[in-house]
Design a binder for this molecule. Structure first.
Ligand code: ADP
Ligand code: MG
Length: 695
């Protein structure tokens, strides 16, 4: 039996450890920094660093690292030991405030999109005291932001922190107008639900596509897939139970609030959901969760696949970003509340989100754009590339009534005039659910479902925080200038609903009719990553992010460059992997099979027997082998031509238009061959072998 409360956070230098180990005034100063974002002076940092070091050494730690989140999407670390030489030739264990606050990793090999000239290669990391230090693999990890010497952000955390600050600033203006004098700050909160696949390590190691690209590039459909939907919430297999138990324990030690675990729709697919926390911490914790998921899998001779689409024709993996806004004293601002007055404030915040999502569909789409997620968005299983919003019936009716100034008949069948002053009192109805909506209101939070399973949630939340902050700023400007507060609130709500209701859609987002309907409404449908990314650097978006100090123009251009480059690189690696597998394994297997059949035909005919079946099969395999050969050449030619593209956007578009179709052609031949070549001669584990490998 595990004593969970004792285990929880045992590897975190959190509030309890700080309170216990820091002198009172140091503790107070640090809390101030954490709570109010006050800068930390070096003296305080020295004391904190020393206490942190002693705490870590007691747990067997000898090294520390600044732990940061460069644009690669994964975390980075560089370990330094605590040792410091003494005059007598020995060492003492030291960790200074300076080392805690600032690091200087050689960062020249991290993607910077041309931001960091090589002579300024170092960059620096700066402690983020709002996310606690922790011990991982025997190393003290200090969560940090990562910047260039010019001060430009080279990571995902810096803009996230900036966007949270900005949202807080604007939301506070609204709260003060509503008479709230107690809240000091507003934070956004996130609970990211993480989907993943588990397969056996033996089958994984036989698939170079999984090893190099994280997804299968070949594979015929298995006889049994997810048709029966017998896996969803089904009994968890014993080996997976053991895995989940260890995963929970490891995450709890790190203070990650792992809460819910269950099987997902596809065979071998599972989900883990934590209890929500502030966005910054949730982001760090989600990065840790993904890392620990992979590590723990290896203890169980399994591999955890986090790719958005590891298997064609089988559900992909997403990450539902449950997002809300709350005050520092814990009041959820997206909670409809019990009285009309609270409702007015709720409706105003709701309207800020509605307006933000409608006006910035492009940014939300971009925040979930990647080569991997393109396979998922718009396929018949995940929210489409079209961004829309689901509010449920009751809330939709209320908003409709507000928009046309009619009476709203509430649950209790009492009519309410939605006049200037009176806003309806209604009941939160979270019973209706729409699993197809990319952005759904679920009672007191929004669930952004389009996020891909490998994503850092920093990007989507930077966008969410910034676009909502921008709307709140506009509302606050108008309200502060107005003498008639309640009337102006009502006016803003009505105007927003009238002008932005096209973004609201409660129907089935997977239906083909929705594509046509969305087009009629003028909603964006940016199907692929190269379609979406150019919107990021449009003037209005540069203005938006610079206005709020979330990104500088240079930072945006560099990010655009990195994302475009990344798309083309991923497709290039996939193409190379396919060629490698097709040339070295699949074609030889097909040729061998055809030759075996030719031999069998000769033998049979020598014996005076007809070999009708062998001939027919041999002809099919030979024809497919010819086609496969031709498609190998075509893909090779396309990959070569892509290398001639000078600019990243050009290469990305080329990859989408030429490489992807050539990959699909090659795959079609290989998958058809898989169904004809004897299993013993097929070089790779099949979909059946992979999906049902963990029993
Ligand atoms: P489901 O969506 O599967 O029905 P829940 O609604 O209980 O499950 O929660 C899903 C996720 O949303 C959990 O991670 C939960 O912590 C998170 N969540 C709940 N409330 C909030 C909130 N106010 N802000 C952010 N996330 C939240
Ligand atoms: Mg959910």
């Amino acid at each position: 039996m595990t004593n969970v409360p004792e285990l929880f956070g045992s590897l975190v230098f959190g509030d309890a450890a700080m309170r216990e180990r820091l002198p009172k005034d140091t503790y107070k100063a640090l809390r101030k920094t954490i709570q109010d974002g006050k800068p930390l002076d070096l003296e305080v940092a020295n004391v904190v660093a020393n206490a942190m070091k002693d705490w870590a050494i007691e747990k067997g730690v000898t090294h520390f690292t600044h732990w940061f989140q460069p644009m690669t999407g994964i975390t980075a670390e560089k370990h330094d030991s605590f040792i410091s030489p003494t005059p007598g030739g020995g060492v003492i264990m030291e960790f200074s405030g300076k080392e805690l606050i600032k690091g200087e990793p050689d960062a020249s090999s991290f993607p910077s999109g041309g931001l960091r000239a090589t002579f300024e290669a170092r960059g620096y990391t700066a402690w983020d005291p709002t996310s606690y230090a922790f011990i991982k693999d025997g190393v003290l990890c200090i969560p940090t932001a990562f910047c260039s010497y010019g001060g430009e952000a080279l990571d995902k955390k810096t803009p996230l922190l900036r966007s949270m600050e900005e949202l807080s600033r604007q939301a506070m203006r609204i709260l003060r107008l509503f008479g709230n004098t107690t809240a000091k700050r507003v934070v956004t909160t996130v609970g990211p639900e993480q989907e993943y696949f588990l397969i056996d390590q033996d089958v994984y190691e036989k698939r170079r596509d999984l090893i190099y690209t994280g997804r299968t590039l070949f594979g015929a459909k298995p006889p049994k897939g997810q048709e029966l939907e017998d896996h969803y919430f089904g009994a968890i297999k014993p080996r997976v139970v053991k895995y989940m138990e260890e995963l929970d324990r490891e995450l709890w030690k790190l203070g990650v609030l792992a809460k819910t675990k269950h099987n997902e729709v596809a065979p071998a697919q599972h989900e883990l959901a934590p209890v929500f926390t502030t966005t910054n911490v949730a982001t760090d914790h989600n990065q840790l969760t993904m890392e620990i998921m992979k590590k723990v899998a290896s203890h169980h001779h399994m591999v955890c696949l986090l790719h958005e689409k590891p298997f064609d024709g089988v559900n992909g993996s997403g990450k539902h970003n449950n997002w809300s806004i709350s005050t520092d004293d814990g009041k959820n601002l997206l909670e409809p509340g019990a009285s009309p007055y609270e409702n007015a404030q709720f409706l105003l915040f709701l309207c800020a989100v509605i307006k933000a999502v409608d006006e910035h569909q492009d940014l939300l789409r971009i925040s979930v754009a990647s080569a991997g997620n393109d396979h998922r968005l718009g396929a018949n299983e995940a929210p489409p590339a079209i961004i829309s919003m689901f509010l449920g019936d009751e809330l939709s009716e209320i908003l409709e009534a507000i928009a046309d100034g009619s009476a709203y008949v509430g649950k209790e069948k009492t009519e309410m005039e939605i006049g200037v002053k009176v806003l309806p009192h209604f009941f939160r109805d979270n019973t209706d659910r729409n699993r197809t909506s990319p952005f759904a209101f679920t009672g007191n939070k929004f669930e952004f479902r389009s996020v891909g399973s490998t994503f850092s949630i920093a990007g989507p939340n930077v966008v969410l925080n910034t676009i909502v902050a921008d709307e709140l700023q506009q509302f606050a400007d108008e309200l502060e200038a107005s003498e008639y507060f309640p009337e102006t609130v009502a006016k803003i709500i009505r105007r927003t609903v009238c002008e932005h209701k096209r973004i609201l859609f409660n129907g089935n987002n997977y239906a083909p009719e929705w594509v046509a309907e969305a087009e009629k409404r003028g909603l964006l449908n940016l199907r692929t990553t190269p379609d979406a990314l150019p919107y990021f650097v449009r003037q209005e978006n540069i203005d938006l992010f610079t206005r709020h100090g979330v990104f500088s123009k240079t930072e945006m251009l560099s990010r655009y460059e990195i994302l475009m480059e990344n798309y083309a690189k991923i497709l290039h690696i996939e193409a190379m992997t396919m060629l490698d597998m097709a040339k070295k394994d699949i074609l030889p297997a097909a040729l061998k099979s055809a030759a075996d059949l030719a031999g069998a035909i000769l033998e049979k005919e020598k014996a005076g027997l007809t070999a009708k079946t062998e001939r027919a099969l041999g002809a099919k395999i030979s024809a497919l082998a010819d086609s496969l050969s031709a498609h190998i050449e075509a893909l090779e030619a396309a990959a070569e031509a892509e290398e001639a593209c000078a600019e990243a956007p050009e290469a990305a578009a080329f990859a989408r238009d030429k490489i992807l179709p050539a990959m699909a052609d090659l795959r079609a031949d290989a998958d058809a061959l898989e169904m004809l070549v004897p299993k013993k001669d097929w070089p790779f584990p099949t979909y059946g072998d992979l999906l049902f490998s963990v029993q």
